[in-house]
Design a protein around this ligand. Sequence first.
Ligand SMILES: NC(=O)c1ccc[n+]([C@@H]2O[C@H](COP(=O)([O-])OP(=O)(O)OC[C@H]3O[C@@H](n4cnc5c(N)ncnc54)[C@H](OP(=O)(O)O)[C@@H]3O)[C@@H](O)[C@H]2O)c1
Length: 235
Amino acid sequence: MLPARTVWKGKEMATTVGMIGGTGPAGRALAARLAASGAEVLLGSRSAARGEEVAAEVRGRWPDRSLTLSGASNDEAARAGIVVLATPFDAAAETVAALADALAGRVVVSMVNALSRVGGELHALVPALGSVAATVQSVLPRSEVTAAFQHLPAKHLAALDRELRADVLVCASTARAADATGALVESVPGLRAVHAGSLASAGPVEALTAVLVNVNIRYRSHVAVRLEGLRAEGA
Ligand SMILES: NC(=O)c1ccc[n+]([C@@H]2O[C@H](COP(=O)([O-])OP(=O)(O)OC[C@H]3O[C@@H](n4cnc5c(N)ncnc54)[C@H](OP(=O)(O)O)[C@@H]3O)[C@@H](O)[C@H]2O)c1
């Protein structure tokens, strides 16, 4: 197991990243991208054996890259420097509530979207607290929750030979969590972190995913979010 360390040097990223629910398309793709960008990633699962099986698949797909990616239980993943949640929306709160002790004091990044397929399109669902991220924060009072990465299609993230070029909107419960998440985002070449407010803004950010997927279905495309006119911080 990797050490449970948290590395906050200014806005440097935590060096160990845990993925809860990391065996799905989204989790394994982000895990591969982060590992390719220099992070040590623990790919978590309800079954550590399954986590290692999927981690081995990912390493095997990119044999020349020496990806620092290994399988783990969700509980082990929850003890990493920074933790990403990548379960289905209806499993998110229950999953993290069971890991609340391990996640205490940590930044938890939710990439979860609440979506429902209706006919040929996706609809955004609105959780009672406004967003999945806010729901996750409500069951993790000792953690700092952020929302990010919802708009990046797993297929793009997973194609390590393809350069990314996208903005990642970051909503955060605290300034420290915003900085840690922003640093994690920007550790990946081609991604720019844009601080988009508190978790009050996470609902619209999560819901936008349905719009983007519908655009992709309509135009057979893979669109990315990029904001025009943003001034560099401090400019
Ligand atoms: N797919 C994309 O392109 C994409 C992009 C951005 C964000 N997202 C969001 O990222 C999240 C994950 O997406 P995905 O497509 O990877 O999802 P997924 O394959 O349906 O689920 C991811 C993993 O969650 C675990 N899981 C499934 N049901 C669970 C339950 N009832 N309780 C606890 N864990 C459970 C499973 O891992 P184990 O069985 O190994 O425990 C599964 O491999 C979603 O919320 C999605 O909206 C997806």
